[in-house]
Design a protein. Structure first.
Length: 474
């Protein structure tokens, strides 16, 4: 078997070698499956062993919500055998190249002694990066080390080997949402699927904001799909961090007086007339409302008007991008897209309001609610935009999300959509929209008829993809 340097452009400190003659390494492939790779890659250990430092977040292993995850146990077993109890590159076996991003390359890898524990390893050559990109690397590593959430990546190890920074995170075998969207009829997800993905992204953003992190790069390409079909938000290099002061805010809401209360004498006067009464709920709000940044980063179709105008921005850019995201999942395109990047930006910056496409086959119940939500998120003035002052709570309360039991969302069954299950070799090529640095529900799934299991505690998103009608799950 030939041995060849996998990346001839890398220097001698760190190279990957292939022990097969297979030259058909997919260039970007969270979109292809593990089973299809016959390539064996390995680190050139002899050149790296003396210069590695690792941060296996030991405090995280004890605190992390996934501390019982077999991956952690496998890492623990591997590091127990290590004299310094740290994970090193020699513990890892590279399987194949998954893709290349702005900062570095991402590989599928396994622990040498445990084939069942797979990870994604992001390898960044610091020597090739500008200071600006180095600060992005730092930001990404810092943010990853803070995260402990089912819809966000777990950082298993942060390894510094010579001038390489390696981040070991969860591997998502089902590709990204942008590729999946491109496989759908008309490039649009059924409403129930839009609702599911939007709800999970909302929860992930809520968590980031509670940590004071403004994400700034929401787009379907950055939403990877885990093995179980739930989402994982990726790419944290454009985030910025701000202070967040958690507060209790009082939210008044109208509630229908229950019949029982009326009969037990709790229903008088005006309440009896309207059938409604005003209740005041204390609500926990942790939203970085004072976040402020001037650097204009993001993907042009997703940039908020305040980013385009360059006057500084805060948390609101994520809620704007969330509106664009819901629109794109529903209509297959973004709302302000023009013929060129410049015209897209002009449309965003102008006073032009969002227009909804008329799609004849799209008369699912819930579309009006979805449009209403999008309209409230795509408000050009961030001070009036939904979510900007009270965060995700306000968005969760919107009728589009009626009926979702938020604390149980990670137990919901992901929607069955075209191409949504772990796939065979080959991925849908798509024109990737690079972000750039710039100066300057056929009905709402509220009704329980489609959402039962034995304890009635989760939604069943099983969908008949042919006719987009929900079907009952046995
Ligand atoms: N955890 C993962 N699981 C599976 N594939 C991944 C994972 N992380 C990244 N990838 C794949 O590797 C590719 C490169 O990822 P990376 O995060 O470096 O850059 P990117 O997503 O292209 O973003 P950017 O260049 O904007 O930083 C992605 O396109 C994706 O297909």
């Amino acid at each position: 078997m030939d041995e060849e340097t996998y990346f001839p452009d890398t220097d001698l400190d760190f190279s990957f070698t292939s022990t097969t003659t297979d030259r058909t390494v997919p260039s970007s492939s969270a979109r292809s499956s593990l089973a299809r790779s016959s390539l064996t890659l390995s680190f050139n250990e002899s050149r790296l062993s003396c210069s590695t430092t690792t941060t296996t977040p030991s405090n995280i292993t004890t605190l992390h919500h996934r501390k019982w995850d077999p991956r952690w146990s496998a890492i623990k077993a591997a590091t127990n055998l290590s004299s310094d109890r740290n994970l090193h590159l020699r513990h890892l076996k590279l399987i194949r190249h998954l893709g290349t991003g702005n900062l570095g390359r991402v590989f599928l890898c396994q622990l040498r002694d445990c084939n069942s524990a797979t990870f994604a390893l992001k390898v960044i050559d610091r020597d090739t990066l500008s200071n600006k990109k180095l600060s992005h690397v730092q930001m990404e590593a810092e943010i990853l080390s803070m995260l402990d959430h089912p819809f966000l990546p777990t950082l298993y190890a942060h390894i510094q080997a010579s001038h390489y920074t390696c981040l070991l995170i969860d591997f998502c075998p089902n590709g990204d949402l942008h590729s999946l969207l491109r496989k759908q009829p008309g490039n649009r997800f059924p409403l129930a699927a839009v609702r599911f993905f939007a709800a999970e992204v909302l929860v992930a953003l809520e968590y980031l904001h509670a940590l004071g992190i403004v994400y700034r790069d929401l787009k379907p390409e950055n939403i990877l799909l885990r093995e179980d079909g739930h989402i994982m938000l990726s790419d944290f290099d454009l985030c910025f961090k701000a202070d967040v002061v958690p507060t209790f805010k009082f939210q008044s809401r109208k509630s229908r007086k229950s019949r029982q209360n009326c009969f037990t004498g709790g229903c008088f006067g005006s309440v009896a007339d309207s059938g409604e009464e005003e209740e005041v709920d204390p609500e926990f709000v942790a939203e970085p409302v004072t976040a402020f940044s001037r650097s204009c980063v993001g993907t042009h179709e997703y940039l908020a008007p305040e980013l385009v105008s360059g006057n500084g921005h805060g948390n609101g850019v994520d809620w704007w991008a969330f509106g664009v995201f819901v629109y794109e999942l529903l209509y297959g395109t973004t709302p302000f897209k023009g013929g060129s990047k410049d015209s897209t930006l002009r449309n965003i910056a102008s006073s032009r309001q969002v227009r909804f496409l008329h799609v004849t086959e799209m008369e699912e119940a819930g579309t009006a609610e979805a449009n209403d939500l999008i309209g409230k998120l795509l408000v050009k003035d961030p001070r009036r935009r939904l979510g900007c002052t009270r965060g995700a709570q306000d968005i969760k309360r919107h009728p589009f999300f009626d009926g979702i039991k938020w604390p149980l969302i990670r137990h919901y069954k992901p929607p069955e959509v075209v191409g949504g299950v772990a796939r065979k070799r080959g991925h849908v090529g798509h024109v990737k929209r690079r972000r750039w640095l710039w100066k300057g529900l056929d009905y709402l799934m509220t009704r329980n008829r489609n959402n039962k299991n034995s304890n009635g505690n989760y939604y069943d998103y099983v969908h008949n993809c042919n006719n987009n009608k929900p079907r009952k799950h046995a």
